[in-house]
Design a protein around this ligand. Structure first.
Ligand code: MSP
Length: 646
């Protein structure tokens, strides 16, 4: 049986559509998964979505849908995006999958039974309007970091994971396995900033929202995010069943994550696995961030890059290439439209595209019946051949360290050398003298052969381009394009007619920048428009509930503005025998002098309330218009003040 390779991406929050940053990790994981498959590994490539939590619950409420309906719709878009980007995942886990939820309960129970989880109190700061807990360090100037309002000290009953017990074991893990966390700078950061100073126990349950997996023995608690999310890497394999798929693929060979969640993956996750007596993943790789103009991408900054827009305009391979090539994996790097178009033009259209189309066109033109057997070698050939022979090892070495950009630059070095080889050998001049045909055939063979090797090695990175290159060169025999065939030089042979169409057309930089600016701005403008509020349908009530509200007709006798308020009017209302004073927030819709004489609908049994020092004894009913203004509910002139409304 083949050796296995288990690779994972983070499971993404479906709180919004995914953007180019999420695509970055997933494309990198896909390139590695494809590479390992090509090398003969039995690969398990897992991705998915992290669907519980308060944020998603709130988003769903704001849209007037259930959290499940909300995530279902986003997750379907996530799957479409991965299809578009040609992501070859083997499994897609959702934390709302029934099997995952059951497994989380089993994990929580096991940790509780072992004494690794205990009940205590979580002390923190609570922001009432946001309904959010914050720790001391999360506050910004002592205020809520989300809304800037004052917070109150509170306690909440919670379950805790004994993370502090694992400090020593984790330090040993880091010190004895320098490969566990990559790049090494991230391991040092974890050791110095978290592990050596000491670990606090971790709060692992919440009672303030309910969109989560209930704690099996105390269902008013839901399991709080990290136990639910991190466990996906084992529940996706069938855990708690430790046989079958789980036994085959666990421990993971590599968890790919963004640098901001390295701490969770290298401290909390191994501690959880130690507590569960399970083997640890072999490596966690924390890559850097793609940065955008104005820093991190966010809706409010208006710099969200939608990968769908880019793929539709430039093709999936151009985007995959750019993501893998532009920034050394591990470091932060900038994403800009200029850089993207620059790479497409320089690397794809000029270097690779021209090499393929020129070679294909020259073979077709000079040797329409195929390359003749008679050949003649010359001096510049060997350098190109040597580069081709070295290339597979260089790609292996770079990919072994997840240096996608390095691997691609090795490939492009050979592409660049081939273009130079064309300039040096000037095939169009050789073609003028029939006696130089053997030399011309050799030059074109070397070019076609180099392209064959390059196209094989491009397969992990680009998925549509290698077959197009094979078509351009008439390479229809699969044995000449399988992964191992990159290691032998001299096998090029066309068995199908050559197709000479450009692989990557050149773009007009200025025109593209304007077009792309408009395309990417469109959804932002859309997002900035206030969303039409979908008002959730209120719950059904019993007739008796409705009857509790006393409604009567009243006639406005007089009305004036409330001092110091732009919104409030104070009206005296004749209720047919008695007069009531009622304050209403209608000053922006009615002038006081428009009010007297109107027959209005009054709620008469509301508890009286003092507003701005004035007593208000009831409420006038109004309809609210889309622009926020309001219109009073009035009744037919024939109705009398005091009439009951039912
Ligand atoms: N749900 C958690 C992860 C749980 S894993 C057990 C989460 N989700 S997320 O939707 O916020 O995704 C974060 C991940 O998306 C990052 O770790 C990174 O892999 C990727 N990225 C999101 N924006 C990114 C950039 N701007 N640049 C690079 N990667 C980015 O955190």
């Amino acid at each position: 049986m083949n050796k296995t390779f288990y690779i994972t991406t983070p499971i993404y929050y479906p709180s919004d559509k995914l953007h180019i940053g999420h695509s970055y990790t997933t494309v990198a994981a896909d390139a590695l998964a494809r590479y390992k498959r090509l090398c003969g590994f039995d690969v398990m490539f897992l991705t998915g979505t992290d669907e519980h939590g308060q944020k998603i619950q709130r988003k769903a409420e704001a849209k007037g849908v259930t959290p499940q309906q909300y995530v279902d719709q986003i997750v379907s878009g996530v799957k479409d995006l991965w299809k578009l980007l040609d992501i070859s995942y083997d499994r897609f886990i959702r934390t709302t999958d029934a099997a995952h939820e059951a497994a989380i309960q089993a994990i929580f129970q096991k940790l509780f039974d072992k004494g690794d989880i205990y009940k205590s109190e979580y002390e923190g700061w609570y922001c009432t309007p946001c309904e959010s807990f914050w720790t001391e360090t999360q506050l910004s100037d002592g205020k809520c970091p989300d809304c800037g309002r004052p917070v109150e000290k509170t306690r909440e009953e919670s379950y805790f994971f004994r993370l502090s017990e694992y400090q020593k074991k984790l330090i040993d893990l880091f010190e004895n396995n320098p490969n566990f966390v990559q790049p090494p700078s991230r391991a040092n950061e974890m050791l110095n900033n978290f592990l050596r100073p000491g670990l606090d126990d971790l709060c692992v349950s919440r009672t303030t929202f309910n969109w989560g997996v209930p704690v099996p023995f105390d269902p008013k608690h839901v399991v709080y995010v990290w136990i639910d999310a991190l466990s996906n890497y084992i529940t996706a394999l069938g855990y708690p069943d430790e046989t079958g798929v789980f036994a085959r693929y666990w421990p993971a060979d590599i968890h790919l994550v963004g640098k901001e969640i390295v701490r969770f993956h290298t401290i909390i996750w191994p501690a959880m696995l130690m507590a569960l007596d399970l083997p640890l993943p072999k490596q966690v790789f924390g890559h850097g961030w793609l940065l955008f103009k104005d820093g991190k991408m966010s809706k409010s900054r208006g710099n969200v890059i939608d990968p769908v827009v880019l793929c539709e305009r430039y093709g999936v391979d151009a985007i995959r290439y750019f993501l893998l090539r532009e920034v050394p994996f591990g470091s932060d790097g900038n994403f800009s439209n200029e850089a993207l178009i620059g790479r497409i033009n320089a690397d794809l259209a000029n270097d690779l595209g021209n090499l393929v189309s020129r070679t294909s066109a020259m073979i077709t033109r000079y040797f329409p019946d195929g390359l003749p057997d008679q050949r003649q070698a010359a001096e510049p050939d060997q350098e190109l051949i040597d580069l081709c022979l070295q290339l597979p090892d260089l790609v292996d070495t770079a990919l072994g360290q997840l240096q996608f950009s390095q691997a691609l630059s090795e490939i492009w070095r050979v592409i660049g050398r081939s273009n130079k080889y064309i300039d040096e050998t000037t095939p169009w001049i050789l073609a003028r003298s029939p006696e130089l045909a053997p030399r011309l055939a050799t030059v074109l063979f070397n070019l076609a052969e180099t392209i064959r090797i390059v196209s094989i090695l491009l397969q992990p990175f680009m998925t549509a381009t290698p077959p197009r290159i094979w078509a351009a060169l008439g390479l229809a025999d699969a044995r000449l394009t399988d992964w191992a065939a990159a290691r032998t030089y001299g096998r090029y042979r066309a068995t199908a007619p050559l197709r000479s169409e450009p692989i990557f057309p050149r773009l007009d930089l200025d025109k593209e920048l304007t077009a792309l600016g408009d395309l990417l701005a469109a959804p932002v403008a859309e997002a900035k428009k206030p969303e039409p509020e979908t008002v959730p349908e209120p719950e059904e009530i019993e007739f008796g509930d409705f009857q509790k509200v006393a409604l009567r007709v009243g006639r406005v006798l007089s009305c004036e503005k409330v001092k110091g308020s732009d919104k409030l009017l104070c009206s005296k209302i004749d209720m047919g025998g008695s007069v009531r004073q009622i304050l209403s927030g209608i000053a922006e819709s009615y002038k006081p002098e428009e009010m007297p004489g109107r027959l209005v609908v009054v709620v008469t049994n509301l508890k009286p309330r003092k507003i701005r020092g004035l007593m208000s004894e009831g409420m006038l009913l109004c309809a609210t218009r889309a622009d926020g203004s309001c219109r009073l509910l009035t009744v037919d002139e024939a109705a009398e003040p005091g009439s009951e409304i039912s």
